[in-house]
Design a protein around this ligand. Structure first.
Ligand SMILES: C[S@@+](CC[C@H](N)C(=O)[O-])C[C@H]1O[C@@H](n2cnc3c(N)ncnc32)[C@H](O)[C@@H]1O
Length: 213
């Protein structure tokens, strides 16, 4: 419980920092890793929101694979949801269901999404990724909540994944290795095939094995 409270405070702290920064970009300051020795070559808004280049990648992925249903876990201030929604807007169809567990952060994300101009493509829910029910087949699953539960999330939503769909797990760098190890474990079990993108915080791009042709 003590740990949980500390974590919530960190999210609120970063939320206030993000407000003060008012959209300014900084050099990424995640520590250098063997796979990404120059993190400062990337940019970021804050330490919770995905790297700017990853946000751009998400939007491009949406226009590239044309998903009908995107599920995101961990909205934080809704920035990644908004970038993916811009891709949906360009496609002209599809929707994102994103969840944010923390009620304070959820309210802030709701306001930001309302002001984004792409709110109609996003359904933001104040619930946990581990209990949220999203009927339908998922074309793009973006796991970006708590590091410790990313593996559980992938296992939970895997049966709903379209075999041609994509699973993304953010924060999969070798430091801290928890998400990377989870992805490699899922691969070793034969559940998914992974590609480890060498970005500052790490990004796993994966596909489920079942049903692959
Ligand atoms: C890394 S941030 C998400 C950043 C966001 N995807 C972006 O790039 O703009 C992680 C967020 O997940 C939320 N979170 C943690 N556990 C969660 C859960 N089980 N369900 C939903 N949200 C959760 C946290 O409150 C936090 O705001």
């Amino acid at each position: 419980m003590g740990l949980f409270r500390k974590k919530l405070k960190q999210e609120h702290k970063v939320m206030l920092q993000a407000e003060r920064a008012a959209g300014a970009q900084l050099p990424e300051y995640h520590r250098a890793t063997p796979e990404c020795p120059h993190p400062e070559r990337w940019s970021m808004y804050d330490s919770m929101t995905a790297e700017v280049e990853v946000l751009e990648f998400l939007a491009t992925l949406v226009t590239t694979i044309k998903p009908e249903l995107i599920v995101e876990t961990g909205a934080f201030l809704g920035v990644s949801a908004v970038w993916m929604a811009r891709g949906l807007q360009r496609n002209g169809f599809g929707r994102i269901v994103s969840c944010e567990f923390d009620p304070v952060v959820f309210e802030k994300a709701k306001t930001k999404i309302t002001e984004s101009g792409v709110a109609e493509w996003i359904e933001l829910r104040n619930e946990s990724s581990l209990t949220m029910q999203v009927p339908g087949t998922i074309d793009l699953f973006y796991s970006d909540s708590d590091l410790e539960i990313r593996e559980q999330e992938v296992r939970r939503y895997l049966p709903q994944m379209r075999p041609t769909g994509l699973i993304l797990m953010h924060d999969a760098s070798s430091h801290p290795g928890v998400v990377r190890e989870a992805a490699l474990r899922l691969e070793a079990e034969g559940l998914i095939s992974v590609v480890l993108l060498p970005t500052p915080r790490g990004l796993v791009l994966a596909q489920k094995r079942e049903g692959r042709r």
